[in-house]
Design a protein around this ligand. Structure first.
Ligand SMILES: C[S@@+](CC[C@H](N)C(=O)[O-])C[C@H]1O[C@@H](n2cnc3c(N)ncnc32)[C@H](O)[C@@H]1O
Length: 433
């Protein structure tokens, strides 16, 4: 019998010591479990441990007499798994203890059984007092690293506590209806007929928010491309492009193709090039487009190096830039563990490089949409301000919208606003001469 807690501890170990993301290392582990309920439990534990890592790790350290050695970090991960279950899950405590302690055996470290047992029992005995202690500093209270807390506090004076709180909630499950195939109202009726409660996302043209997540195979028409899973905020990008038939459009960082598909749903009569430097992820673009029954020219290249281009310019460019993903922490809580403060400057450098390349491919009179799923102004308005200073034929085309907050340039949706992910958008238009 596979011990599920051991599997969870192994996944967490991969994240903590090898810097692998959950979406990278969890699927292979999930595939080892037959029962879908076990898969759900494993997923909930792994996401939960990452979500609360900064609190659980502090708890573990205060419960251990001395930190575990480097070679025993698997046992440290197992303790985090046990503490998370006791703290957050509705699993009976005796089952948590039995299973987590016997996972030490599965790690072939029988000596650790007593230790894991002692730590978890000691937490049970003094949970109230220990939990109280965790509320006394911001890192353990909000379960975020200090550098993210500092950045959010500095930049979002009125919203920082809400942002950090929302980041620890479960993300909403949103859909984009392919209005080439079915209207949003009609699709909503289909959901109701299938006992799936949902409502429209009024800030979007095609968005629907489900009350509870469902497996995609249970979504009517999913495999025929009637609907895609996409957060409401992400749906705003293609809408901002003001697409018209006959335009040449570049989706510069396209994979896995969420926005590529949306562009073609909004305007199938465009010449669309989808670019990404990751061939494996580019295959996801092709697969996604296939499901939606549309196609685009998919090119694998570094978008900042315009050698791939044929010299013809574009009417519309979407630059959905690689970023810290600080706006989607509730969806990917491992970001809090994997990202470093020093990453931001590197990302800004890459964003600027991509923006410059994009500009050189934009037609006079053309429109560029810059988007990130970050809430750090360094990656957003500051990138555009610096760019505008260096580029006389670029000007901001203001977004007038009833969503988000106006920034120095562009608009920011903070995590949880309108039930959406944190996203930033700005538009630049190129002068005609
Ligand atoms: C935020 S994701 C894009 C999400 C996508 N637009 C969607 O809606 O599904 C950023 C993408 O940029 C790609 N990327 C990062 N740097 C790049 C570069 N220099 N050239 C091309 N693609 C790049 C990454 O491989 C990643 O797929």
């Amino acid at each position: 019998m596979i011990n599920l807690r051991m599997l969870a501890a192994r996944v967490i170990y991969q994240v903590l010591t090898h810097g692998r993301s959950l979406s990278d290392c969890l699927p292979e582990t999930l595939s080892r479990l037959q029962d879908v309920r076990d898969q759900r439990l494993l997923q909930a534990i792994c996401y939960g441990v990452c979500r609360w890592y900064y609190r659980l790790d502090a708890l573990a350290h205060s419960l251990l007499e001395k930190p575990l050695k480097l070679k025993d970090q698997d046992i440290h991960c197992l303790i985090l798994v046990g503490l998370f279950q006791l703290m957050e899950m509705r699993v009976p405590a005796h089952a948590v203890l039995d299973e987590t302690v016997s996972a030490a055996q599965a790690f072939k470290k029988p000596w650790a059984k007593g230790l894991v047992n002692a730590v978890l029992r000691s937490y049970q005995r003094s949970a109230t007092e220990l939990n109280e202690k965790m509320l006394q500093n911001l890192v353990t209270l909000y379960a975020h690293p200090q550098w993210i807390i500092d950045n959010v506090q500095k930049n979002w004076l009125l919203d920082w506590q809400t942002i950090l709180t929302v980041n620890n909630q479960h993300p909403p499950f949103a859909l984009r209806v392919n209005q080439r195939q079915i209207s949003r109202e009609h699709y909503l009726e289909k959901l109701t007929a299938n006992n799936i409660n949902a409502r429209i996302i009024p800030e979007t043209q095609a968005g629907i928010l489900l009350q509870h997540p469902v497996d995609v195979q249970d979504l009517p028409g999913f495999f025929n491309g009637e609907v895609s899973v996409q957060d409401g905020a992400a749906q705003l990008a293609a809408e901002l492009l003001e697409l018209e038939a006959g335009q040449r459009v570049l989706d510069m960082c396209a994979a896995p193709g969420g926005k590529t598909g949306h562009i073609l749903e909004l305007q199938p009569n465009v010449e669309l090039i989808a670019l990404d430097r990751d061939e494996k992820r580019l295959q996801d673009v092709r697969d996604n487009l296939g499901r939606l029954q549309c196609t685009a020219a998919c090119i694998c290249a570094d978008a900042a190096d315009i050698e791939w281009a044929d010299g013809q310019l574009f009417d519309r460019i979407l630059l959905d830039a690689p970023c810290s993903a600080s706006g989607v922490i509730r969806r990917h809580p491992d970001i809090k563990i994997l990202r470093r403060a020093t990453d931001v400057a590197k990302l800004v450098h890459e964003q600027t490089r991509l923006l410059k390349a994009a500009w050189s491919l934009l037609k006079p009179g053309g429109l560029l949409v810059y988007a990130t799923c970050s809430i750090f102004p360094e990656e957003n308005a500051a990138v555009l301000q610096a760019f505008l200073r260096s580029c006389p034929d670029a000007s901001e085309k203001k977004i007038s919208a009833d969503w988000g907050k106006a920034c120095a340039i562009g608009r920011q949706i903070l995590p949880g606003m309108h039930d959406m992910d944190g996203f930033y958008f700005a538009r630049l238009s190129r002068g005609l001469n």
